[in-house]
Ligand binder design. Structure first.
Ligand SMILES: [Zn+2]
Length: 326
């Protein structure tokens, strides 16, 4: 059964003029994004996290409601192709929770796929990324009147202090898909490392504008010089934690954010929760998505002030994810 779409909800064919954020319910004017968790997961499955899959739709709904109750209005899900995105369920979750959801296309590191998943893909996955960004994710199901949700960003991954062949191949495809669509490219940096290698490849060799690149997990490698160089290059810096999984570096994040603000790069910073395991969900006793607003927001406000943190949660993600879609 398909729930009718409310008249007020954005649809695929009622996009406002100018750059928009491509959500699972259609294209949205950037200023309607509101308070945004710029890197998180409602659904995620990886052989690297056995038994901790985010695959429970009811738990995903509860997580969204808790995030909404804490003042959140938008979540960017960075789960790429083949990792259990549950894309078909995202529109209903967005409608029922009142939280805007953006889905991703792209590919993670090869280690995050079970046997056969990557082997079934074309050598150049750019066409797959473009299809998911422009037409929709998943198969067209006969008489279903609900449009397939489209991806609104491309997620790819680097390696620990470097880029292997798989990373170069997927980033090359991401650059091609970016050129075709304008979509932002979000990067999983392994333990927060390799940011400058990624920028050399994407922006140097492949000519992606730096302000279309979002470097994720920088909080896991609290090197202020690298953060500064990445910000000077013009990229967005995502501090997507703290979470219990990265306890060794979590406490250094406010200082890293403050250093970037002091250097004049507050407009480059994005904030996220990056819930990657079932145990980390609020519904299971973990910090969950709401941690970003209940605990991290006031902590960062002590470091850099309320106005700067508000911009990191609102206007920065609106600018980072909006694109002039073809
Ligand atoms: Zn993530």
């Amino acid at each position: 059964m398909v729930t009718p779409r409310p008249a007020s909800a954005p649809g695929h064919r009622t996009a406002p003029a100018g750059p928009t954020v491509r959500t699972v319910l259609g294209d949205l004017a950037p200023d309607r994004l509101g308070v945004c968790d710029a890197h998180d997961h409602l659904f995620l499955s990886s052989p690297q996290l056995p038994g901790q899959e985010l695959a429970d739709t009811a738990a995903a709904g509860a997580e969204l409601h808790a995030f909404r109750a804490a003042g959140g209005t938008a979540v960017i899900q960075w789960t790429p192709y083949g990792m259990g995105r549950h894309a078909a369920e995202l529109p209903r979750l967005a409608r029922e929770s009142g939280v805007t959801i953006v889905a991703a296309t792209g590919l993670h590191q090869a280690a995050h796929y079970g046997p056969g998943v990557l082997e079934g893909l074309p050598t150049d996955p750019a066409a797959l990324f473009v299809t998911e960004l422009t037409e929709g994710i998943g198969a067209i199901t006969g008489d279903d009147p609900e449009p397939r949700p489209r991806a609104g960003m491309i997620k790819v991954a680097g390696g620990f202090h470097g880029l292997d062949r798989h990373a170069r191949r997927t980033m090359t495809a991401a650059a091609e898909a970016h050129r075709a669509t304008g979509a932002a490219i979000g990067i999983h940096l392994e333990l927060g490392t390799g940011a400058l290698d990624v920028l050399d490849l994407l922006c140097g060799e492949l000519a992606v504008p730096p302000d279309r690149v979002i470097l994720g997990h920088l909080n896991r490698s609290p090197d202020p010089a690298v953060h500064r160089m990445a910000a000077e290059a013009g990229a967005y810096l995502a501090f997507d934690g703290p979470s219990r999984a990265n306890h060794g570096t979590d406490w250094r994040m406010p200082d890293a954010v403050a250093a970037l603000c002091d250097a004049g790069f507050a407009d480059r910073i994005l904030l996220g929760g990056d819930t990657t395991t079932a145990a980390a969900r609020a519904v299971n006793g973990g910090p969950g998505m709401r941690y970003l607003l209940r605990r991290l927001r006031p902590r960062l406000e002590l470091a850099v002030g309320t106005a700067a943190v508000t911009r990191m949660l609102t206007t920065n993600p609106a600018r980072a994810f909006a694109a002039e879609w073809p």
